[in-house]
Structure formats: structure tokens, C-alpha cells
Ligand binder design. Sequence first.
Ligand SMILES: NC(=O)c1ccc[n+]([C@@H]2O[C@H](COP(=O)([O-])OP(=O)(O)OC[C@H]3O[C@@H](n4cnc5c(N)ncnc54)[C@H](O)[C@@H]3O)[C@@H](O)[C@H]2O)c1
Length: 255
Amino acid sequence: MTRSLENKVIIVTGAGGGIGRDSCRVLAAAGARLVVSDISEGAAQGTVDLLRADGHEAVLITADVGSEDSVQELVKGTIASYGRLDGAFNNAAIEQSNKPLADLTLAEWERVMRVDLTGVFLCMKHQIRAMLTSGGGAIVNTSSGAAQIAFPNGGEYVTAKAGVLGLTRSAAVDYGARGIRVNAILPGVIRTPMIARLSEDPAFAAMFDRSRQRHIVGRFGEPSEIGEAAKWLLSDASSFVQGAAISVDGGFLAN
Ligand SMILES: NC(=O)c1ccc[n+]([C@@H]2O[C@H](COP(=O)([O-])OP(=O)(O)OC[C@H]3O[C@@H](n4cnc5c(N)ncnc54)[C@H](O)[C@@H]3O)[C@@H](O)[C@H]2O)c1
């Protein structure tokens, strides 16, 4: 049986942990030839080691998605390794400073915007250029349920994730006719290191507890469940899905 991503060359950012790491395992099992990328070389190496233990090969390229030079090197390195680029899962992001808007410094605002929004712009910019030379491709951006519903003290994150939806639609409109599909995933609460860090704040821990009830399936998600959605969106099985924002959230946004 042909695997849905057989031989497709795919970059995953934020691949050193959480959703990115487990998604790499899902994508590799579907036949993808992966570029595992993260700002942390050690974290990315941990993912590559797991992939190798599963019997998959992967290329590691360290990159800060908030730096254009770094993103350019990531795409260049991908082409140098594999000769083409077919897909990208732009998943890297950082969490907010947990302050109400009027207490947020400009530096704190810009820190999150740089990685969570500008990072997606820079990745798409250079990925799209590479994809256009190899006849098209598919891009999946990780937004968040927080793009649709704000939570307390998360203004810069909520805004960046809403911006990712705008960028996703804009790229779909600009490049859809040239064979590039661009879609976004809106995860609910997924058990990752990011959520563990946020839960150290008792107010966040209490909010997560309350939000569990809004996840209609009665639990938080696993990183691989986002990977399964990314796999479908990166594959030709989703060929008629374009510019979409897909909730993968156990029903969080449905109630
Ligand atoms: N976990 C959730 O509940 C949840 C919910 C909605 C959306 N998301 C989104 O899912 C994505 C993954 O989140 P996660 O929970 O796995 O986070 P995580 O913190 O567990 O993992 C994020 C990874 O991104 C890397 N990273 C951070 N800054 C980077 C940069 N500048 N360049 C490249 N890599 C960088 C980190 O080193 C880390 O390995 C993010 O976009 C996040 O906003 C997560």
C-alpha cells in the first residue's frame, strides 16, 4: 500500500518538542523525507534519534524562525539535501508573557510577534519560492483555538495566532493557482512541554482545568493527533482543501 506522504520532502519547524516532535513521527511513518528543524539543536537531535529508532532517516537543520537569514539557510539546506521541497509544517511558536495588555512591554509584545507571526511569514516566504521551482506543494501552519477565543493575559499570543489565519488565507489566495495549498490547524489544549510550563502558574493551571470541560471528548489532546491532521493536510488526500482553518480540538470551539 502506498503511504500518503511517500517521498515527499517536508520541513517541520519546532520539531524538537511537543506537537512538532510527535508530528515528525507521524509524517515519517507516512513516508515523508523530513527536515527536522528547531531553534534548539539538542531538542531537534532528540527527535532525529527517535526517528532513527523507528527506522526513519531525517536531516537536522537548526533554525530560528524569527530570523530571515536562518530561515533562508533552512530552505537552502533542504534543497541541498533533497533537491526539492514539497511540504512544510510551520509549527514553531513560543508562549505569551502572561500579562494583561496594558502591562505588556513593547519588547514582550515583539518577542512573541517575531516568532509566532513573523516566523510563519518568513518560513512561508522562502518555502513558497522553493515550492514554485518544483511545481507546487502544501503548507500547514499551526494556529490555535486562541485565534478564535481569547484567554486572559494572552493578548500577544492570541493576536499572533489570529494573524497566522490571515497569513494562511493570503498565501492561499496568492499561490493557490500555482499549485500551492496553504491551510492552518487550530489545536485545542494538547499535552506538551509548553502546556506544562504554563501550568506552573496556578491561574493557568486552574484555567486549563476549567477548559477541560469544553473539550467535548472529555480530555486534552495528544501531540500525535495534531500530527495526523497535518499528515492529511500535507498529503494529496486533502487536494480540495485550500485556505482552511481546521480545528483539531476535541470540540473546544464547538461549545
Ligand atoms: N500545546 C497546546 O495546547 C497548543 C494549543 C494550540 C496551539 N499550539 C501551538 O502548537 C505549536 C507547538 O506547540 P507545543 O505545545 O508543541 O510547544 P513546545 O514549546 O512544547 O514546542 C515548541 C518547539 O518550538 C521550538 N521553538 C521555539 N522558538 C523557536 C524559534 N524561534 N525557532 C524555531 N523553533 C523554535 C522550541 O524549541 C520547541 O522545541 C505552537 O505553534 C503552539 O503555539 C499549542
